[in-house]
Design a protein around this ligand. Structure first.
Ligand SMILES: NC(=O)c1ccc[n+]([C@@H]2O[C@H](COP(=O)([O-])OP(=O)(O)OC[C@H]3O[C@@H](n4cnc5c(N)ncnc54)[C@H](OP(=O)(O)O)[C@@H]3O)[C@@H](O)[C@H]2O)c1
Length: 415
């Protein structure tokens, strides 16, 4: 969501014109990329690399992929490159020796990098690990491109309060939320009658539930339309991703939960829609290439050229839609219930899902056990308060503790 101090609507014509020009060689934007070695991070680096004059890189961060991080750093010359994994510090320092680029390691160093004086920060760490660094950027009042949806799922109200307090600007990078953002009239929010979040349906859209019992990690990460990191690919396959996006949308846009709908649209051409009270429905369309929404956020409020394939609607020929099936994809039901419950329930849902996805990828539990684990954790943890960031940490830790040992097969037997 854009804060009132930074909306294009509130700017004077002169400042609006200057802002609309976006970053240029004469006025480069100082940018930091958190999670630069991931799928979103690499796409962001690709766009920056194609427009080197318009961007100065302040910091790049990764978890442990020193090779990719060092290669990016030596190419883009940030002030600092950081790995969260402290065991990788020596390797990173050695790779950057003599370059003049500072090397750092540890979670605190990632957060410190996020707090450096960039104008624009890409939040593309995966999971709740992105919360602290994203908050550090928000507290500097800068523009944050938010790919890390888990930040809003696990601490949405607190994060949005900090955005307001520090005059930061949050630009959604998730393709659905970028689409909504591009057609959502914040000056007439009360005249929005509904938001429609589109969903590809993932690789198992047409599968019987019983057949999903034996899905392997390799099958689950093979998304039909999008190329993404492993965690979000599994989330797309279970449709928990759409559930997390529902919660994300409820925080980003001033529309009540019961007016945010999910619609399966297998072609992933319409990235989402906003309906107004006069029955007009506005949509943003494009090919499924994350460089489009990333470019939108990177150049905002201007536009930059992106190398994404152009949409050829005649070749697509048909756009199809179907209602989501919460029986075969119970994660959708769990996420909506978590949003309705509020408090720490979304935090618990997110952490339980992260652990269950990791256990599935490690071969410890089956594909359908992911949602079963999450449901069991939610039942066992019960309601928990969510008034402070300490509450977020407590709920997150409790859900991870429960999810690590839960035996979802017991629930399967009862189905
Ligand atoms: N991929 C997409 O198309 C897409 C679309 C919409 C939204 N998103 C969201 O964007 C975020 C990133 O997704 P992704 O697909 O780009 O993930 P990814 O490919 O797995 O990349 C994750 C990035 O975060 C880093 N990282 C992982 N754990 C970390 C930790 N504990 N501390 C610090 N850094 C850590 C990784 O470093 P290493 O490389 O060193 O492991 C990597 O740079 C997710 O929240 C996802 O839901 C992604």
């Amino acid at each position: 969501m854009v804060t009132s101090s930074t909306t294009a609507h509130s700017a004077t014509p002169a400042t609006a014109k200057a802002a609309a020009e976006g970053p240029t060689a004469d006025s480069p934007r100082r940018v930091t990329v958190l999670g630069s070695t991931g799928s979103i991070g690499c796409n962001t680096i690709d766009l920056i690399d194609r427009n080197r004059d318009a961007y100065d890189v302040v910091a790049l961060t990764a978890n442990g992929n020193v090779d990719a991080l060092a290669e990016q750093a030596l190419r883009l010359r940030p002030e600092v490159a950081v790995v969260a994994d402290e065991d990788k510090y020596a390797a990173l320092k050695e790779r950057l020796a003599g370059s003049g680029i500072e090397a750092a390691a540890g979670c605190a160093a990632v957060t410190e990098a996020a707090a450096r004086d960039a104008d624009w920060v890409m939040s593309a760490i995966v999971g709740a690990a992105g919360l602290e660094p994203t908050l550090a950027a928000i507290r500097r009042g800068c523009v944050v491109g938010l790919a890390n949806k888990e930040t809003l799922v696990c601490a949405g109200a607190l994060v949005m309060a900090e955005v307001e307090q520090h005059g930061a600007t949050l630009l959604p990078v998730d393709s659905e939320h970028s689409a909504i953002f591009q057609v959502f009239d914040f000056d007439q929010a009360e005249r929005v009658s509904r938001i429609v979040l589109t969903a590809s349906g993932g690789p198992f859209r047409e599968w019987e539930r019983a057949a999903m019992e034996t899905v392997t990690p390799a099958q689950a990460v093979a998304h039909p339309n999008w190329s993404m990191g492993a965690k979000i690919s599994v989330d797309s396959a279970t449709m928990m991703n759409k559930g997390l996006e529902l919660i994300e949308a409820a925080h980003l846009f001033p529309v009540p939960e019961d007016r945010i709908e999910i619609l399966v649209h297998p072609q992933s051409v319409i990235h989402s829609m906003v309906e107004y009270v006069d029955a007009s429905m506005l949509a943003q369309l494009g090919t499924p290439d994350m460089r489009t929404p990333i470019a939108y956020a990177l150049a905002w409020p201007a536009r930059m050229s992106a190398p994404s394939p152009r949409l050829d609607l005649a070749a697509v020929a048909q756009l199809t839609f179907q209602a989501p099936d919460t029986e075969r994809f119970p994660a959708l039901r769990l996420a909506r219930a978590a949003l309705q419950s509020g408090g720490a329930v979304p935090t618990l849902l997110n952490a339980a899902n992260e652990v269950a996805v990791a256990r599935f990828l490690a071969g410890e539990i089956g594909f359908l056990d992911i949602a079963r684990s999450v449901e069991t954790v939610l039942e066992r943890a019960g309601p928990m308060p969510l008034a402070t960031l300490d509450d977020v940490a407590a709920a997150d830790a409790e859900a991870r503790r429960l999810a690590a040992t839960v035996t979802p097969r017991a629930r399967a037997a009862a189905e």
